[in-house]
Write a protein that binds this ligand. Structure first.
Ligand code: NAD
Length: 417
């Protein structure tokens, strides 16, 4: 194991190459404390249950929801995420993912946890997880689909998703992460082939294969729930065109169609259900990569910093998810929209908050307005924390172990070559 003092990250723009192990540990522990404070008593309907969380390893929705579920009473969480071990160039740390450190901390503190570092899209991963479940005699009560990936390979075919619009090109004044300046940008329209590729990566194909694997192998518990995370976002035209009406939205509509079909199948097969969950926009690696979303997120956070509305981070949303699904009286039934989706995005879509964000979007040139600047500062702080940087109470001048092992003795199965 290698001990190094890491005072600042290696980064290329938005792409942070090196995470801080102690920062990630502290952040995870703080989230667990917050979950303990929010869910003081277990929720009866959650007690003793087992979740399979696909996309569980970053400080995004998968891990946060899993933390909330554990605190709500789930006794087992089986997670899957794509993480590789820290790597070096000579003596220097070249790359290290927060997911490696998050997983390490989780497994050193929580029993009842198994994590597969693996490609969730591959048949080998599904076969291995199913074989392990059969061997241990466990069945899945909740399948949470929280994968966000730029590409997918399946049986020799490969697809790459496109962060593009449909129809006419979109001219928008975006926000530059590095300089903090407003900058015009044009988002090109996706071809039909690019839209199909995006659907294949971020749509419901892979989710359906996982559900089939569980159903056909008798690994779906009675009443199994399938929840697929999605985003619809505000009506603000550039954001609507970029996301819900764009290539990604086509994939998310495919998720809707998939959960509707699975809902009917699960009801018949095991008395279960499937639903899409509309989560709010949050600061994660996935949201920062979408053109126009960075400006929207900065304005959202800036408006909240100014005292209007509320921003829920992934853990707040995970706690809301656990309460909605497992609280007394099945609260989720009251939180479905007309399309049968569970809506956890009401705070983001609050009319007063959205009006204030729209005001900030009227600025089309020159320096970013105050609200955007304030929001971008908060975005950057929270974004760096996803990699363990700038976490309160962490001594960044102290040496730390940057390549702690993850192994099967700890409950981590590494299937990545
Ligand atoms: N970030 C947002 O603002 C937002 C808002 C609403 C909904 N969502 C949805 O929530 C879901 C999760 O998004 P997030 O923001 O938490 O993303 P994230 O990037 O933080 O997490 C994605 C997870 O997927 C895993 N992953 C990626 N490729 C994989 C692969 N091939 N095999 C196994 N695991 C893989 C990563 O390891 C990670 O654990 C997505 O469906 C996203 O559309 C996100």
């Amino acid at each position: 194991m290698t001990e190094i003092v890491l005072t600042s990250p290696r980064a290329r723009g938005l792409f942070v190459l090196t995470a801080h192990p102690e920062g990630c540990r502290a952040l995870l522990e703080r989230q667990q404390e917050r979950a303990r404070a929010a869910l003081e008593k277990p929720l009866a309907a959650a007690e003793g249950k087992t979740a399979l969380v696909l996309g569980s390893t970053t400080f995004g929705y998968g891990s946060s929801t899993a933390i909330a579920l554990r605190q709500a009473g789930f006794s087992r969480v089986i997670g899957i995420g794509y993480e590789t071990a820290p790597s070096f160039r000579g003596e220097k740390l070249a790359m290290s993912s927060p997911g490696w450190y998050l997983t390490r901390t989780l497994h050193s503190r929580a029993a009842g946890q198994t994590t597969y570092l693996a490609d969730a899209f591959s048949a080998e991963t599904r076969d291995r997880v199913a074989a392990d479940l059969r061997a241990s005699g466990e069945r899945i009560d909740l399948l949470l689909y929280s994968v966000a990936a730029p590409r997918r390979a399946h049986l020799g075919q490969e697809w790459t998703s496109a962060l593009l619009v449909r129809g006419e090109p979109l001219d928008v004044i975006g926000l530059d992460f590095k300089s903090g300046e407003l900058k015009p940008l044009t988002v090109a329209p996706a071809s039909e082939l690019q839209i199909e590729h995006t659907r294949r990566v971020m749509g419901g194909d892979d989710l359906e294969m996982w559900v089939n694997a569980l159903l056909y192998s008798g690994l779906a518990a009675d009443g199994m729930t399938v929840a697929a995370l999605s985003y619809i976002g505000p009506e603000l035209p550039p954001v609507r065109r970029m996301y819900w009406d764009g290539a990604l939205g086509e994939a998310k509509k495919h998720i809707d169609a998939t959960t509707r079909a699975l809902n009917a199948r699960l009801a018949t097969a095991v008395g279960g259900k499937a639903l899409t969950v509309m989560n709010p926009a949050v600061v994660t690696a996935a949201s920062a990569a979408i053109p126009a979303m960075l400006r929207y997120m900065a304005d959202y956070l800036g408006v909240v910093e100014g005292g209007t509305g509320r921003y829920n981070d992934p853990l707040d949303v995970g706690i809301g998810f656990a309460r909605a699904l497992y609280g007394d009286g099945e609260p989720w039934r009251q939180e479905l929209d007309g399309e049968g989706r569970l809506r956890l995005d009401a705070d983001e879509l609050d009319a007063e908050l959205q009006r204030a964000i729209e005001q900030a979007w009227h600025v089309r040139e020159g320096p970013a307005p105050e609200v955007t600047r304030v929001g971008l500062e908060r975005f950057k702080r929270e974004y760096m924390q996803l990699y363990g940087w700038g976490v309160d109470g962490v001594d960044y001048t102290a040496a730390c172990t940057v390549d702690p092992p993850l192994d099967e003795a700890m409950g981590v199965v590494d299937l990545i070559d």
